[in-house]
Design a protein around this ligand. Structure first.
Ligand SMILES: Nc1ncnc2c1ncn2[C@@H]1O[C@H](COP(=O)(O)OP(=O)(O)OP(=O)(O)O)[C@@H](O)[C@H]1O
Ligand SMILES: [Mg+2]
Length: 290
């Protein structure tokens, strides 16, 4: 993935000093969601959110599309404050979310009917909905399934339809909240390839929440959450080279980073590696020196 240029870019999403707690019906806090989050996401950026279970990743995602509103601080999407009730549909139409379980995201018996729900709710005219469905199915390479039932699809195909349903709403930002977690390696690859293509070729902003470190290595930026706060953020190399910090957050390193950092700790003169290719190159250079 080519380096993302932040020059002359304005954020599509701005999270300013945001805290949020889950509350009971009496308004008493029952769980910490997030604390003091500051985060700008730029149009066209590919951001990966990492963190152990309960660190606040999904809460942050729900704050971005206005599903949760901050107790403190503010979230703006394309300049619209998520607290502005009158504009909540504008925000929902700008931010598309795909979740973990593909089966919970489909309601209709036929794929094209399922995909029509979102744009219908946004008041899109019928003929434009048809055009959007045709386009979105083409983008995720699922056009031939249009008249089929979602129940006949594989997990990876279901998630691609879930992405297409979100695309039919023409969002600026696609949030994938552990959308590959229930998939086999082939399904994971299908979804990741689709997300990368949307980012690279269509310029879509992608926020990917994952427990798979290998999905983070091609991101423009990695943000690590811990106990509801941002522990660190930066390019994948900047973040994963903080080996002890990453481990303290209960996270694994990508496999090449793990091996290279262990070799470095053993005294071998190789560079810190993010990808398998970098690791192989480092080891080959080392061998030629011996
Ligand atoms: N609906 C809810 N009601 C009460 N507490 C909640 C609710 N959703 C999340 N929490 C709590 O808020 C905290 C942050 O949860 P969140 O779901 O944002 O974490 P996460 O990083 O997405 O975790 P995971 O990796 O397990 O999906 C946790 O302590 C969780 O138990
Ligand atoms: Mg979650």
């Amino acid at each position: 993935m080519s380096a993302f240029s932040y020059e002359n870019k304005t954020p599509i999403i701005s999270v300013n000093s945001v805290s949020y707690d889950y509350r009971n019906s009496q308004g008493e806090s029952i769980a910490r969601g997030v604390r003091g989050i500051d985060l700008d996401v730029y149009q066209g950026e590919f951001v990966v959110l990492l963190g152990h279970n309960g660190s606040g990743k999904s809460t942050l995602a729900k704050l971005l599309n206005g599903f949760c509103v901050p107790d403190e601080g503010s979230v703006t999407v394309a300049g619209i404050d998520t607290k502005d009730d009158l504009k909540i549909y504008d925000i929902r139409s700008k931010i598309g979310m795909v979740f973990q379980n593909p089966d919970n995201q489909m309601v209709a018996a036929i794929i094209e009917d399922d995909m029509a729900f979102g744009p219908e709710n946004l008041g899109v005219p019928r003929d434009e909905i048809e055009e959007r469905i045709t386009w979105a199915l083409d983008v995720v390479n699922m056009s031939e399934h249009r008249k089929r039932s979602p129940s006949k699809l594989s997990g990876g195909q279901k998630q691609r339809i879930a992405i297409a349903s979100v695309l039919a709403m023409m969002p600026d930002v696609l949030i994938l909240d552990e959308s590959t977690a229930m998939l086999d390696p082939k399904g994971r690859k299908e979804v990741m390839d689709t997300a990368r293509m949307l980012n690279c070729q269509k310029g879509m902003t992608v926020i990917l929440i994952t427990h798979y470190m290998d999905e983070a290595i091609e991101a423009d930026r990695v943000v690590v959450l811990d106990e509801g706060k941002i522990l660190t953020s930066g390019t994948p190399k900047e973040v994963f080279s903080k080996v002890d910090l990453i481990k303290s957050a209960g996270l694994e390193l990508p496999i090449a980073s793990k091996i290279s950092s262990e070799l470095i700790a053993l005294g071998y003169d190789i560079p810190f590696a993010l990808t398998d290719e970098e690791l192989a190159e480092g080891i080959c250079k080392l061998k030629s020196k011996i």
